[in-house]
Design a binder for this molecule. Structure first.
Ligand code: HEC
Length: 177
């Protein structure tokens, strides 16, 4: 009697455990979430340029007036690329990094060598979150227009990139532990 009463509870527990596992692993990509590029391309397109905008804050005050005369030598394309200037540059860069985690974690993402990106690995997940965390703090500091704070946080940002790269961006057996 006792056992049969327990059975549905056990079944529910097993069901919940299974459900928790599903929830913890990355959700399957719907059609419009299908990755366009591999992980290296994503890094080059979003993480590399945007982190460089932030590293620039260490040496250049985004609040400083633009250098005199620079407007004259702008080509049409650099005119467009220069529409958002000053503190908007690091604010936008931090935003891009703060929101990139779902793209890094996309379950369908491949690495350049054709292997699956290690999205199921806990350390990889932890380091992707670490990147989001520091990028959010940089976003806040960039809105405070605090050059020193942003500069200090870029050291943590570099650390967030490094931690994951040390394990997964190796020359041999890349994207595997
Ligand atoms: C969660 C893990 C992780 C984080 C965080 C991470 N990367 Fe990467 N990165 C990788 C992996 C894995 C590769 C190798 C990808 C491949 O070979 O497809 C890589 C490759 C790269 C590449 C090389 C692309 C090439 O030309 O081969 C660059 C550049 C890069 N990352 C920049 C960054 C920057 C900048 C940051 C921090 C702002 C960062 N990454 C954060 C995992 C990460």
């Amino acid at each position: 009697m006792r056992l049969s009463k327990l059975a549905p509870i056990l079944a529910a527990a097993v069901f919940l455990a299974a459900f928790t596992t599903i929830a913890a692993t990355p959700v399957a990509a719907s059609e419009n979430e299908e990755p366009v590029g591999n992980l290296a391309e994503l890094m080059r397109a979003i993480l590399f340029p945007n982190s460089n905008f932030l590293f620039d804050v260490q040496t250049t005050d985004p609040g400083a007036p633009p250098e005199a005369g620079s407007e004259d030598d702008r080509s049409a394309s650099s005119l467009f690329s220069g529409i958002y200037t000053g503190w908007k540059v690091p604010q936008q860069a931090a935003l891009a990094l703060a929101e990139v985690e779902p793209l890094i974690m996309n379950a369908e993402r491949k690495c350049e060598n054709g292997k699956d990106a290690p999205v199921a690995n806990e350390d990889y997940q932890k380091w992707a979150k670490q990147l989001t965390d520091v990028a959010k703090r940089i976003y806040a500091a960039a809105h405070e227009e605090d050059q020193e704070k942003v500069s200090d946080l870029t050291n943590e940002l570099a650390g967030a990139c490094e931690d994951c790269h040390a394990v997964y961006r190796k020359y041999q057996d890349r994207c595997r532990r």
